[in-house]
Write a protein that binds this ligand. Structure first.
Ligand SMILES: CC(C)(COP(=O)(O)OP(=O)(O)OC[C@H]1O[C@@H](n2cnc3c(N)ncnc32)[C@H](O)[C@@H]1OP(=O)(O)O)[C@@H](O)C(=O)NCCC(=O)NCCS
Length: 192
């Protein structure tokens, strides 16, 4: 599959099922040995589908779920971004999730999804962005490769386990403004 046949677009309700399946798949791959086994074993595509339907339904001019989709409609990755949740950090936008299907990692889709989300945040009027990633997740170095700067560390409880997290930040989203190309079918309504 040629990479230029893959498009990045905003998720629709009909994407909730494939996102849920990929969510379960990528969580079990990325968090084995980090999150408790019973949490990973207990993940249910049908429960996640209901959750993603709710998430997609709440998409508005500030918050969106993005997907990477093959020409035949196969979901290859997804991510979500919107206003920064309160954390005391001076960044206005936040990337909440970013996952690429294990079989399709390492071919530039993570970068395309991340840049699309940062560009969309910029378009909505957010001047900066950050994200939290588990310190034990080796994927965090991807954000370093994407120009993110380590902005903070904290310890949070997830599923009853205290886990260290690292925040990566992008102080100025201006450079991502030109990223939304013809292949991207996004929305152009600004926050203001
Ligand atoms: C992290 C993730 C989103 C990256 O997506 P990807 O499609 O595999 O990454 P890309 O192919 O776009 O990589 C872009 C660049 O980042 C680099 N990179 C990717 N993963 C990296 C890693 N773990 N460590 C260091 N560099 C990495 C690549 O080498 C590439 O560098 P280049 O520009 O010099 O070629 C993906 O691997 C993933 O979904 N991982 C598991 C889930 C996860 O942990 N997600 C993060 C939770 S917040």
């Amino acid at each position: 599959m040629s990479d230029d046949m893959i498009r990045i677009r905003i998720a629709q309700p009909s994407d909730a099922g494939p996102i849920a399946e990929l969510h379960v798949d990528t969580w079990r791959t990325a968090y084995a040995g980090i999150l408790p086994d019973d949490v990973l074993l207990g993940l249910s595509p049908s429960a996640e589908r209901r959750q993603w339907l709710r998430v997609i339904a709440t998409s508005d001019h500030e918050f969106a779920v993005h997907i990477a989709e093959a020409a035949d409609g196969e979901l290859l990755g997804y991510g979500s971004a919107g206003p920064a949740r309160p954390s005391g950090l001076p960044y206005t936008g936040e990337v909440y999730t970013l996952y690429v299907a294990p079989d399709h990692q390492g071919r530039g889709l993570g970068r395309r999804l991340l840049f699309a989300m940062l560009a969309q945040l910029h378009l909505q009027g957010f001047d900066s962005a950050m994200l939290w990633v588990l310190a034990a997740n080796p994927s965090r170095f991807f954000y370093h490769a994407m120009g993110g700067a380590v902005a903070a560390e904290r310890r949070e409880s997830h599923f009853g386990v205290a886990l260290d997290e690292i925040a990566y930040s992008w102080r100025d989203l201006e450079m991502f403004g030109s990223f939304l190309g013809a292949a991207y079918q996004g929305r152009a309504n600004r926050r203001d």
